[in-house]
Design a binder for this molecule. Structure first.
Ligand code: KG4
Ligand code: ZN
Length: 340
């Protein structure tokens, strides 16, 4: 093995996915994710159960990541881990493990900001994928995040818009729950929406100043609408599922695209890179494509496994920080909330 190779082990445990990945220089060798099924029955993430599951999963997940990468622990150059933001109990598992392993192997420890990682995931080297050039707008949309970030450089980012209440993924999941669909309902809404009429049931878009978002009012509007309709016709949901899903998805996508248009206009930036689980949505993907010819955008969507919570994105940040020798000291602590 060449001595010039830099191997980074990444550990992600901020929410309900335990993940470990190995990167060699800019390329991913393995990316293992253990998703916690336990939360499905509760219709959302239960923090206490999440941290327990991380403790059960972390050793086998890291072992598997190292095995799949076909390297030995001794080859590792540094350990990168998610410091925050996220659920404290979950973050502590990854942080403590990363520290212990870095100490045991006597290699540097690198702390990573989870939101920065979602954006820098675009810089993982993948065949056929060209990352955005600076500056660009990063939009991270998931069950926990809704943010528009102006990215001037790898480590020079500014949040220019974010949700003031629920995340966009929650808008999908909570709407799905109202209709009796299982958690997480986002992918199901996407599936049924493909067969429905997006203009069947108009929902009003929330009015929020500037580039910020709000989804809690939207969720309530869906709830009241469904309750009213079901009162009149108990079979309303079953009879109109495709149209309801298409209308919900259409409204949510319009909310996102309106803000992106505004952000692009205000900043003069037309390169738009998205991440987070909701970027899998077929409606947002086609709306972005439409933006390419309508507004002259260039849009970037990374490989799906790099958009949801994963450790591959942690390793790329680790690698970029490694090159700058930007290491953490052993006193570093997990933080539930941190600015970008
Ligand atoms: O990034 P992610 O896996 O986890 C975090 O929330 O951090 O994102 C999960 C979210 C869930 O809210 C899920 O419903 C949503 O992404 N999602 C989708 C789709 N696939 C996943 N929402 C709409 N359409 C989809 N195809
Ligand atoms: Zn995330």
């Amino acid at each position: 093995m060449s001595t010039q190779n830099i191997y980074i082990l990444g550990i992600e445990s901020s929410c309900d996915d335990t993940s470990a990945a190995v990167l060699c220089n800019g390329k991913i060798l393995s990316n293992v994710v253990a998703s916690q099924k336990i939360h499905e029955q509760y219709g959302g993430v239960v923090p206490e159960l999440a941290s327990r599951a991380h403790q059960q999963n972390i050793v086998p997940v890291i072992d598997q990541a190292i095995q799949q990468a076909n390297i030995s622990k001794k080859d590792l150059s540094a350990i990168a881990f998610t410091k925050g933001p996220g659920l404290m109990g979950s973050l502590l598992v990854g942080t403590s493990f990363a520290k212990s392993l870095a100490l045991a192997l006597a290699i540097p420890l690198i702390d990573v900001h989870h939101m920065q990682a979602h954006i820098l995931a675009h810089f993982i080297e993948e065949e056929g994928y060209t990352p955005p050039t600076f500056p660009f707008l990063g939009m991270t949309i998931s069950g926990g995040h809704t943010q528009i970030v102006k990215v001037r450089d790898h480590f020079d980012m500014e949040v220019i818009g974010q949700t003031i209440d629920d995340a966009v993924g929650e808008a999908f999941d909570k709407s799905a729950k109202i209709m009796g669909l299982p958690y997480p309902g986002g992918p199901l809404i996407d599936k049924y929406a493909a067969l429905g009429n997006p203009k069947a049931f108009p929902f009003t878009k929330p009015r929020v100043d500037g580039l910020n978002f709000s989804f809690s009012g939207f969720k309530t509007a869906v709830l009241y609408f469904i309750q009213k309709q079901v009162k009149e016709n108990p079979n309303f949901i079953e009879e109109n599922l495709n149209d309801i899903c298409a209308s919900i998805q259409y409204t949510i996508i319009n909310i996102l695209i309106d803000k992106l248009k505004k952000a692009s206009k205000e900043t003069g930036i037309t390169r738009i890179a998205i991440g987070g689980g909701v970027s899998a949505n077929s409606g947002i993907r086609s709306a972005l494509k439409e933006g390419e010819y309508k507004f002259g955008w260039t849009t970037y969507v990374p490989k799906f496994e790099y958009t949801t919570d994963n450790a591959a994105m942690i390793t790329i940040v680790g690698y970029l920080k490694f090159l700058k020798k930007d290491f953490a000291d052993m006193g570093v602590v997990a933080k539930a909330r941190i600015q970008l």
